[in-house]
Design a protein around this ligand. Structure first.
Ligand SMILES: [Mn+2]
Length: 438
């Protein structure tokens, strides 16, 4: 066990070396310590009196799982509160009367033999303190003993308050968590608390989102520039995802959707196996993940460079629907209210585009979702909008009989007076899209 109270300055100088930066959610860099401390204090406020216990994500096995998809990605809540990528790690946050009393971090001891295979790892030492601001860092194998003592002690948080942890079947596989779950303590699920915190983004989160979204907008521009009839969907996907990686995004926030012709009407088509043909529309619903935050931006392009009259009229209706939703965004409104405004607009402005009935019957999915560390980010959908919340606005019209699908999706930051379209750099109007494709 290491406690920074002993002599953190000296140990800091002795141990702060090369291995540490690699753990800091690269390439976005480390989350500032003051930010992490503010998030843990906010969690303490939400707890009141009690303790929150979180576990890091499991490391996947390149032998036992899919070698094609074995990269380590930290659990979102654990990253949010520690800024670390620390497989095998634990975090405990103690609160009394809505104030943070202490945090404890548990990190597996370093193993020089395995580090020869997989590279240097963070250990339970001052480096972890420097990155997280958490003074009390222990070896992970002491987690049960240390937390058991702190939680169950006579005036401990287990006796006087609530014990928050992730209450799932999987938690029962861990002996310590199972013991807590089966105890007579007041055990609650932590996820509603962290979801509420993550709903309002702080400055570091917004900076990461802006970068993820800028990269995604650039990928759209690159795809528009290159697209031409006869290209395969995977070629367009390659341009998009190559741009993501070239610009420092670590992965996709979700499987890229590049759907042409008939595939433009399939909402989650992600095979990218069709060859485009002249006259196709291509729906590109894509998002880079940068420093653990995901963009989600959709553009629909005419592969031949110009919309047909019919395509353009449907496109303009989707665009108008989206614009009124963006213009209606302001603090106090709910996503439900904005959805109603958007659907009313489409209903009233469909004319005869979709036959007797309005085009709303071809708008078969929701208008919006929260955006953040998860592409469909956590948060209660009834929550009135407040500055710092980020969500998507993505109306669409899908007419399978005509192989005609149009979706336009932007990422919207709620501001003090209204909204900022974070993805405005991706060409969006008919004129902008056609210009980008010339
Ligand atoms: Mn979306």
């Amino acid at each position: 066990m290491f406690s920074a109270r002993t002599n953190s300055a000296l140990l800091f100088l002795a141990l702060a070396g090369a291995p540490l930066a690699a753990q800091a959610g690269s390439p976005a860099g480390a989350v500032p310590v003051q930010t992490l401390e503010a998030r843990r204090s906010a969690l303490a406020r939400a707890i009141g009196t009690g303790v929150a216990i979180l576990r890091s994500a499991e490391e996947r096995s390149i032998e036992g799982d899919y070698p094609q998809d074995s990269d380590y990605r930290e659990n979102n809540d654990f990253f949010y509160l520690t800024g670390l990528e620390a497989p095998g790690g634990w975090l405990a946050v103690f609160a009394k009367d809505s104030a943070l009393t202490e945090a404890r971090l548990f990190i597996p001891a370093r193993q020089p033999e395995s580090e020869r295979w997989t590279g240097p790892k963070l250990g339970p030492d001052s480096a972890a303190t420097r990155l997280t601001g958490i003074a009390q860092v222990h070896s992970a194998d002491s987690v049960q003993g240390v937390l058991q003592r702190l939680v169950f002690q006579p005036n401990g948080p287990g006796r006087t308050g609530a014990v928050y942890l992730v209450k799932t079947e999987a938690s029962l596989e861990d002996a310590f968590l199972k013991g807590l779950l089966l105890s007579s303590l007041n055990v609650r699920d932590i996820r509603p608390l962290t979801a509420q915190l993550r709903l309002v983004k702080d400055a570091d989160e917004i900076a990461r989102l802006r970068r993820a979204i800028d990269i995604t907008a650039e990928a759209h521009r690159e795809a528009m520039r290159a697209a031409r009839p006869g290209m395969w969907e995977y070629e367009i996907e390659g341009i998009i995802e190559g741009t993501f990686r070239r610009r420092g995004a670590e992965r996709v926030g979700f499987p890229s959707i590049v759907g042409s012709g008939p595939n433009s009407t399939i909402l989650h088509y992600d095979k990218s196996r069709r060859q485009t043909a002249a006259g196709d529309l291509v729906v590109m619903d894509i998002g880079a993940e940068y420093g653990y935050y995901s963009a989600d931006v959709t553009r629909t392009i005419p592969i031949s460079g110009k919309f047909t009259d019919r395509q353009r009229r449907i496109y303009e209706l989707v665009l108008g629907t989206q614009q009124i939703a963006i213009d209606s965004t302001r603090p106090g409104r709910t996503i439900g209210q904005i959805t109603q405004i958007a659907r009313d607009y489409m209903e009233k402005n469909s004319g005869n585009l979709c036959g007797e009935a309005s085009c709303v019957r071809y708008f078969i999915h929701g208008l919006s979702h929260w955006l953040g560390m998860d592409v469909h980010d956590v948060g209660n959908y009834g929550t009135p909008l407040a500055p710092g919340m980020v969500f998507t606005i993505e109306p669409g019209i899908y007419i399978p009989d005509e192989n005609l699908g149009v979706r336009i999706e932007d990422d919207i930051l709620v501001t003090a007076n209204g909204a900022e379209n974070l993805s405005a750099k991706a060409p969006r109007t008919v004129a902008e899209v056609e210009r980008a494709m010339r």
